[in-house]
Design a protein around this ligand. Structure first.
Ligand code: HEC
Length: 442
């Protein structure tokens, strides 16, 4: 909302003032570059040989030479090509608005000052018409055990099923329906009375005794809310957001007030996972940009970046005292990092399948991982490897493989039951020996 207001204000300013303040033109011009030009003028897709990712590259220009002469808009190719009768015309299939063209002109005239902060702004949500999720599409993208471990919440497509784990046959207690889109993420409040669901551009809160919504937040989001993390006092909720293929943002939300407090760009690509440290002081994030990051909960400042995966990082988990962080990658590796030194203590996995989800028991004794091929392992007795003993870095208990992709995992704190969610709303169960014991079907 704030962004809409800012844009409305900046356009208004261009209309009414003879010489608009430089800052307004800079922001407008650079948002034009970001939203209308960068798609075709970025590394890997530099049309006309031109990159518009930095001021230096822009000035250096493309096949025809310099594209901007700061101070001289009329002699700058970048300005000439956005005019109505230009040939070639930029962007090729569209005419920028008069305000946008004027902003570009003023910006170049004023020296083409670069303000990279616009690249970190949340994009303007594009309108979409959502088709309801087909009943047959029910991947279990999220699973969450209630804090007392008596109830399992299973996100299956657009609904959540709640199952009673205190009964031997784990009967269904009820279902939450209200989302039309696939539910991506779940979080319980510490008292176990409320479940939070994250879908497409909306969060819902549910009373789990009545199975009814008690509130929702549906402004300020731009895409799928792929992960949630709630502080133990239930006051601050972190939600991962982003457009498909776009940067990953983290929202800081005042949950009782149902209010967005702040938003920051956390990763250059889709964010897949968020996890709070057991003491609630730091937040780990993981994304398609091959990175995991650690943020300070108090002020959302970046603490560390963990670099080493060669593909998407799909899940993160902390050990008991948050001295170690485990990350699961599409590069078929699980890495266990020393949180402080950012060094890799242990590398796990047979490099055959991508790991999709991780869970670490609260006592830090068992780390569970599941894969896209229906496999998984329970790792215990993790040891730092010192090169020579690479093969003996942990005790591995393999989970009996099943013929389905697994998306999500949960484990009881005694490590005696592992739950993993697959397609068609199904959740498979394994015991501590890795034996597959039963299936919860929708
Ligand atoms: C859909 C892709 C696309 C978009 C979007 C796009 N361009 Fe281009 N751009 C091209 C192509 C293709 C060329 C090469 C055209 C040619 O040489 O005939 C080009 C060439 C240019 C050049 C000339 C480079 C040179 O040195 O020859 C400039 C300057 C330029 N674009 C600026 C822009 C600006 C500014 C925007 C946004 C307002 C923009 N482009 C948006 C595809 C795009």
């Amino acid at each position: 909302m704030l962004r809409f207001i800012l844009i409305a204000l900046s356009i208004h300013a261009v209309h009414t003032q003879a010489a608009a303040p430089a800052e307004t033109d800079t922001l407008t011009a650079m948002r034009v570059l970001r939203d209308e030009c960068l798609g075709c003028h970025k590394p890997g897709k530099a049309k006309g040989g031109l990159l518009l990712t930095t001021r230096e590259k822009m000035i250096l220009g493309g096949d025809s030479g310099t594209s901007v002469i700061p101070g001289r808009a009329g002699e700058s190719l970048l300005y000439e090509l956005v005019l109505e009768d230009a040939d070639p015309h930029m962007p090729p299939k569209k005419q920028l608005s008069k305000d946008q063209v004027t902003a570009l002109q003023n910006w170049i005239t004023q020296g083409a000052v670069w303000d990279a902060s616009v690249f970190d702004e949340l994009p303007v949500p594009q309108p979409v018409a959502l088709a309801p999720v087909p009943v047959t599409y029910q991947p279990v993208l999220a699973l969450a055990l209630s804090p007392d471990e008596k109830t399992l919440a299973i996100a299956a497509g657009s609904r959540v099923h709640l199952h009673d784990l205190t009964q031997p046959d784990r009967p269904r207690l009820g279902s939450l329906s209200g989302h039309e889109e696939a539910i991506q993420s779940l979080a319980w409040t510490q008292d176990g009375t409320t479940l939070i669901t994250g879908g497409f551009r909306q969060l819902k809160l549910w009373d789990i005794t009545t199975f009814k919504t008690t509130g929702q937040i549906s402004t300020g989001f731009v895409g799928n809310l792929t992960a949630l993390a709630l502080t133990t006092d239930g006051k601050i909720l972190f939600a991962a957001d982003g457009e498909t293929g776009g940067a990953g943002f983290i929202h800081r939300i005042d949950l009782p007030g149902k209010k967005l407090l702040s938003t920051w760009k956390a990763h250059d690509d889709t964010l897949y996972a968020l996890r709070l440290s057991p003491d609630g002081s730091s937040l780990a994030s993981a994304g398609a940009d091959k990175l995991a990051r650690l943020w300070k909960v108090a002020d959302s400042k970046l603490i560390s970046t963990y670099e080493g995966h060669t593909s998407h990082v799909l899940s993160v988990a902390f050990n008991k005292d948050a001295t170690q962080l485990a990350t699961a990658g599409a590069d078929r590796e699980i890495k266990v990092w020393d949180v402080k030194s950012r060094e890799q203590d242990v590398t796990l996995g047979d490099k055959k399948t991508a790991f999709t989800a991780l869970a670490w028991t609260p006592d830090g004794k068992a780390l569970v991982a599941v894969t896209e091929k229906g496999n998984g392992s329970i790792y215990t007795e993790l040891k730092k490897h010192d090169g020579a003993q690479r093969s003996e870095t942990a005790k591995q208990t393999k989970l009996t493989g099943i013929a389905a992709m697994l998306y999500s995992v949960a484990v009881t704190s005694d490590a005696k039951t592992v739950f993993a969610g697959g397609d068609a709303g199904k959740v498979w169960l394994w015991d501590a020996a890795g034996k597959q014991t039963s299936v919860i079907e929708p």
